[in-house]
Ligand binder design. Structure first.
Ligand SMILES: CC(C)(COP(=O)(O)OP(=O)(O)OC[C@H]1O[C@@H](n2cnc3c(N)ncnc32)[C@H](O)[C@@H]1OP(=O)(O)O)[C@@H](O)C(=O)NCCC(=O)NCCS
Length: 182
């Protein structure tokens, strides 16, 4: 789907192809270098290889009940959102999401658009009723984005994250019900 950013650039939101592996990996590595709000460190992201990224993309193509969308600006992948339905039958009505957009493209509404696309998809999913995510308690902007879409905090693991400089951060769980219980 095509959108236009406040600066006039075209934003495309689409499913990735295996040929996007190098671009998706490069974007993820830039992200882990510039933000401490992701679980992966930059060093860990450097251990990933294009082949494993191809497998990662292919796993979404092979499982159409899981969602991975990329955001493309100026021909480059600059962010993504994913939503993974639990593989366990007893949790099959729940899905965990993740989102990240490179800082050069923040505050232009891309997060809002990726969230909207992900939620529309979830609303039409045959099983999903609840979407949840984990966010660092210091990541006020991400939590505000989630609140804007009706996500609510439902749990907190005190000091669940240790940053590389040794400081602890709580890990907050947020959720949104996208369909009523049946
Ligand atoms: C969090 C993130 C996804 C937001 O993406 P984005 O494209 O900048 O988001 P948007 O421009 O759509 O803005 C989202 C909302 O954040 C809120 N917001 C913006 N700046 C904020 C700030 N400094 N403090 C609090 N809320 C803020 C606004 O409510 C905004 O919504 P609005 O423009 O409709 O009012 C992005 O910053 C990111 O990927 N960060 C690094 C990785 C990360 O933290 N991922 C989430 C891990 S749980």
């Amino acid at each position: 789907m095509k959108h236009f950013l406040p600066n006039g650039d075209e934003l495309i939101i689409r499913s990735p192809e295996p040929t996007d592996a190098a671009g998706l990996l490069a974007s993820f590595q830039r992200l882990t270098r510039e933000t401490d709000y992701l679980l992966f460190t930059y060093g860990e992201s450097l251990d990933l290889e294009v082949e494993s990224e191809e497998d990662y993309i292919q796993s979404y193509l092979d499982h159409p009940n899981q969602l991975l969308l990329v955001a493309v600006v100026q021909g480059k992948i600059i962010g993504s959102v994913n939503l993974n339905q639990s593989g366990h039958h007893k949790k099959s009505h729940t899905g965990e999401m993740g989102i990240a957009i490179e800082s050069a493209w923040n505050n232009m509404g891309i997060g809002r658009r990726l969230m909207t696309a992900m939620l529309r998809w979830a609303e039409h999913h045959p099983d999903l009723q609840i979407i949840y995510l984990n966010v660092f308690s210091t990541n006020e902007k991400a939590m505000q984005l989630y609140r804007n879409f009706g996500f609510m905090e439902c749990g907190r693991l005190p000091q669940g994250i240790i940053q590389r400089n040794g400081t602890y951060t709580d890990l907050v769980t947020m959720y949104k019900r996208v369909k009523p219980a049946v």
